[in-house]
Design a protein around this ligand. Structure first.
Ligand code: PLP
Length: 350
């Protein structure tokens, strides 16, 4: 194994390393336990849960998450969903004219953010079994290629990206490798966050939106080496994770046992749903999934999609994406919802 030899600070966009971050009032004195009289931030003095600005560094929540995941708080950056974290990554590493590599079919936000930041999106295609071609990727790279996005388990295909290929990319790609693990808790695989000490160019993204059941509070994170976390922290908006979100997440994480039980339930539901789907006459393939959704090929995706809509069920038609011809992406619901879906599908005649 070649250890990564890249000095990652050479990848950072101009102006970021020397940038002096905004110093908020709460940078100088964090609100805790009423130890001071706070007349420094022009807040309203009458106490409610939210009359004070939130902790800009989410110190308590980051500590709690770090503890749960066996990480150190300085390896964590929290954001308003992982979508904000993705945006911050573009702002730290890319300037107009730079490029990223994405591996289609995958999560659409990488490409959208590239466009917004005037960064070229070099879209390569995964193989028919949704694995990357390492040699093709490495041949495509030039010195303006700053980031490679690997979604594992991949959305919309649901599979894990092969670990040996990811290792090869981490070792030989001289840019940041961003592994989006939005669905990792539904898989039987360990997080790449374990490998942070080996690969300085590794950034892992996780979210509270899927397995943790908190899409509505908007909380996501980057897990990376402390240098990268420091750069991201410098450019984020001071109060990017609001008080209600921080408090709600802290409360929910105290019941991590319940969250884990629900994950096991959903994984069982996924297996049952896959079996039931495979027995439908016009279903030609149910792709194996390590996520909380199934990619399903049918003989006529838009006919099935439209029929389901008339029966009040919404799934996602992914047919226009490479290797997803005539494919629907179906989220695993409660057992009642999954039964409702199956009985609706049985009523569809093609
Ligand atoms: C759902 C999803 C996310 C989550 O985004 P949030 O902004 O954290 O809600 C990130 N990446 C992928 C691939 C997803 O499917």
């Amino acid at each position: 194994m070649i250890k990564n030899r890249k000095d990652i600070s050479a990848l950072v966009a101009s102006g970021i390393l020397e940038l002096e971050p905004y110093q908020s009032a709460r940078d100088e004195f964090a609100v805790d336990e009423g130890s001071y009289t706070f007349l420094d931030a022009n807040e309203h003095p009458i106490p409610t849960l939210v009359n004070r600005y939130p902790d800009p560094y989410q110190t308590a929540l980051r500590k709690q998450i770090a503890h749960l995941k066996g990480l150190s708080p300085d390896q964590l950056l929290l954001g308003n969903g992982s979508d904000e974290v993705l945006d911050l990554l573009f702002r730290v590493f890319c300037e107009p004219g730079d490029a990223i590599i994405t591996l289609a079919p995958t999560y659409g936000m990488y490409g959208v953010l590239a466009q917004q930041h005037r960064v070229r999106n070099i879209e390569l295609t995964l193989s028919a079994d949704f694995q990357p071609d390492v040699d093709e990727i490495l041949q495509t790279v030039d010195r303006n290629t700053k980031m490679l996005f690997v979604c594992s388990p991949n959305n919309p295909s649901g599979n894990l990206i092969d670990a040996d290929r990811i290792k090869a990319l981490l070792s030989h790609f001289n840019g940041m490798v961003v592994i989006d693990e939005a669905y990792i808790d539904f898989s039987n695989s360990e997080s790449w966050a374990r490998q942070l000490d080996t690969y300085p160019n590794l950034v892992v993204l996780q979210t509270f939106s899927k397995a943790y059941g908190m899409a509505g509070i908007r909380l996501g994170m980057a897990i990376a080496n402390p240098k990268v976390i420091l750069w991201l922290t410098k450019i984020k908006l001071p109060y990017n994770v609001n008080t209600l979100t921080q408090e709600f997440a802290k409360k929910q994480l105290k019941n991590i046992g319940e969250i884990n039980t629900a994950i096991v339930t959903l994984k069982n539901e996924r297996a049952q749903l896959a079996k039931a789907l495979a027995s439908i006459s016009y279903v030609t393939k149910v792709f194996p999934s390590e996520a909380n959704f199934l990619l399903v090929r049918v003989t006529d995706a838009s006919a099935v999609y439209n029929a389901l809509i008339t029966m009040g069920i919404v799934v996602r038609n992914r047919s226009s994406l490479p290797h997803c011809e005539e494919c629907l992406r179906i989220t695993v619901g409660t057992s009642e919802e999954n039964e409702q879906l199956i009985s609706a599908l049985k009523q569809v005649t093609l």
